[in-house]
Design a protein around this ligand. Structure first.
Ligand code: SF4
Ligand code: F3S
Length: 104
């Protein structure tokens, strides 16, 4: 599976959702997630993210993100259409500590 990671938080460009063939992106207030059981591992979303936030779970250290994506994909509604990024997304893109700040 692919997962959405920290740099999506407070940016939410949403380019990713337009290309997913199985519509497995889910939207929360501050970030998106991918449902790990629905993702077919096609990889087309990864290069679409301007924030470089989408990763294959085969990369080291992705366990936390698989759990994060699974947890919230069960709770949040599906998103299939691109929308405007979040206000202030330029400043938030690349900031460290977004997971702790916005999800604790
Ligand atoms: Fe969707 Fe493919 Fe990205 Fe998985 S890898 S979330 S199936 S676009
Ligand atoms: Fe987030 Fe990148 Fe998609 S910032 S909404 S994962 S395009």
């Amino acid at each position: 599976t692919y997962v959405v990671t920290e740099n999506c938080i407070m940016c939410k460009y949403t380019d990713c959702v337009e290309v997913c063939p199985v519509d497995c992106f889910y939207e929360g207030e501050n970030t998106l997630v991918i449902h790990p059981d629905e993702c077919i591992d096609c990889g087309v979303c990864e290069p679409e993210c301007p924030a470089d936030a989408i990763r294959p779970d085969t990369e080291p250290g992705m366990e936390t993100w698989v759990e994060f994506n699974r947890k919230y994909a069960e709770l949040w509604p599906v998103i299939t259409r691109k929308k405007d990024p979040m206000p202030g997304y330029q400043e938030m893109d690349g900031q460290a500590g977004k997971l702790e700040k916005y999800f604790s």
